[in-house]
Design a protein around this ligand. Structure first.
Ligand code: GAL
Length: 512
């Protein structure tokens, strides 16, 4: 009693010295249920109950656990989207504090936010967080969830185009023995980042059982083999080199679609004279400058020389590399000045929003064009000099040796090999199937033409692996390449960039 009194006195004293708002924000000592009101959002509630707006994760986890026992509680998949009237479980303060002490949302540590199904969880690590990207992968999730209602599938997305943030987080989890059940990676040399013999399970048996090898393009099969084994189940084939074009902007400016560098620079001048941004770009994800330079490089050198630069048969001292850097520099002069304040999605958005004439990006940008309703006026062309070149970018999924739910992961990648799953995924994602028998004629009418053109071009073009998207060079070389291109984009020192390319190629094992 005495103790209770002293606590009551203490509270009364605090009430006198603390501002009123802090007293109202009394921590939830007991835990309670709460019904979402208009103008509530989770971090605001976390602040109200715990004085810590970050602790909304604890509310999400507790509510999802409660939902597994009692469906009157909400199921929260996205903490940014809670509905008015939803019933939440607010855990006691000490539980919330303990939860937050162990939880790092940036490390892909999200399985603790969800309950487990009768057959466990399926934690899917990936970087598909933009509108078009999520729309694509969600189609695979829908199939998986319908066929596996006893598994709790968790989309563990880490934002950052081309996997720039995901890859490091994923590697850390793998090495720590705490991997995702399955994770996204590019077909090709990117698998080396994960020391596949040590950390990954070969998937050759899954591909064979699914009967998919007969319909998988040969170029892709070759790219997937690492010292005789395959570690990646592919889902798609993206074309990395597309020049997205706003026809309304071009028409208004009286500019024709350029095919060569000279035509591109002439169009750039005309557009700039009218105050129009010629080439919309965003660079904050970190891969975009390297990506655009790769496209300019191959467009300048042509197929054979470009291939030679990456396989060591052509030296980076070649004058054509200097010419490519000059072309790239001039292209940068055609971009929006604030390109350093947005990412690849912001770059294509400039074209979608009539603020720029062109954007050079892979056809994942088509996913944004679809999701944002711009199919009527945004079309596709080859970037300068890229006619007959198809930059091959393929996404797939791997299964770690230590996957906590390996059976669930096997089923997930097995579904991914299927024609129906690939068609549903790709018609939203902007890529073609990783199988040759998909029927683009059944895709929604307004987008059939693009997919058919990509499939035709894939069959008839020279196939170029892409360094910025894991297929063209080992990860260490890719990183050096990015650094050199980023440096060049600010100092425009052609000789220094070329010298640095030489050193990077030598580091990668190709004496110049
Ligand atoms: C690529 C990936 C695409 C798309 C893009 C932007 O590397 O293959 O699926 O997601 O990055 O994030």
């Amino acid at each position: 009693m005495k103790r209770f009194l002293s606590i009551a006195v203490l509270i009364a004293l605090l009430a006198m010295v603390l501002p009123a708002s802090m007293v109202v924000a009394a921590p939830a000592a007991q835990g309670e249920d709460y019904t979402v009101q208009a103008d509530d959002w989770l971090s605001k509630l976390a602040d109200k109950f715990y004085g810590d707006s970050n602790a909304y994760w604890a509310i999400m986890a507790a509510t999802n656990k409660a939902n597994a026992e009692d469906a009157s509680y909400a199921k929260i998949e996205n903490p940014d989207a809670i509905e008015v009237g939803a019933k939440l479980s607010i855990p006691p303060n000490d539980e919330a504090v303990a939860f937050m002490a162990d939880f790092d949302p940036t490390a892909g540590d999200v399985s603790v936010l969800f309950a487990s199904g009768a057959k466990g969880q399926l934690l899917v690590g990936n970087w598909w967080t933009s509108g078009g990207e999520f729309a694509g992968v969600n189609e695979v999730y829908k199939i998986y969830r319908a066929e596996n209602p006893d598994v709790e599938l968790i989309h563990a997305g880490i934002a950052g185009g081309a996997g720039v943030n995901f890859q490091g987080a994923n590697l850390t989890k793998l090495i720590a023995g705490d991997p995702y059940d399955t994770f996204q990676l590019h077909a090709g040399l990117e698998a080396e980042l994960y020391t596949p013999e040590t950390y990954l399970r070969p998937v050759d048996d899954i591909l064979a059982e699914a009967g998919v090898l007969d319909v998988m393009p040969e170029d892709l099969k070759a790219l997937l083999k690492i010292r005789g084994n395959t570690y990646t189940v592919p889902l798609n084939i993206h074309r990395g080199n597309v020049m997205w074009t706003n026809t309304r902007v071009l028409e208004k400016a009286g500019v024709a679609v350029p095919a060569t560098f000279d035509e591109f620079f002439a169009a750039c001048e005309t557009l700039q004279a009218q105050g129009v941004v010629p080439l919309g770009m965003g660079t904050t994800d970190g891969f975009e400058l390297g990506h655009t330079f790769e496209v300019a490089l191959a467009g300048t050198t042509g197929f054979e020389t470009n291939q030679g630069l990456w396989n060591g048969s052509v030296s980076w001292t070649d004058p054509v590399v200097a010419q490519a850097l000059e072309n790239f520099g001039k292209m940068l002069d055609c971009t929006n000045e604030d390109r350093g304040s947005t990412g690849w999605v912001g770059g294509i958005d400039l074209v979608i929003n009539d603020q720029a004439a062109f954007n050079i990006m892979g056809d994942w940008a088509y996913g944004e064009i679809i999701a944002k309703g711009a199919l009527d006026y945004v079309t596709w062309n080859s970037p300068p000099g890229n006619q007959n070149l198809f930059f091959l970018v393929s996404d797939g999924f791997a299964i770690p040796k230590d996957a906590p739910n390996p059976e669930n992961a096997r089923e997930f990648v097995r579904i991914m090999t299927r024609k129906d799953a690939q068609e549903n995924f790709n018609m939203n994602k902007g890529s073609i199937c990783a199988r040759t028998d998909c029927d683009y004629g059944v895709f929604p009418e307004d987008r059939r033409a693009y997919f058919q053109s990509a499939a035709d071009d894939f069959a008839s073009s020279r196939i170029v692996p892409m360094v910025a998207h894991g297929s063209g060079a080992i990860p260490a070389w890719q990183q050096q390449f990015y650094q050199i291109v980023n440096q060049f984009s600010s100092d425009r020192d052609v000789a220094a960039a070329q010298a640095a390319f030489v050193l990077a190629a030598e580091d990668a094992g190709f004496p110049q």
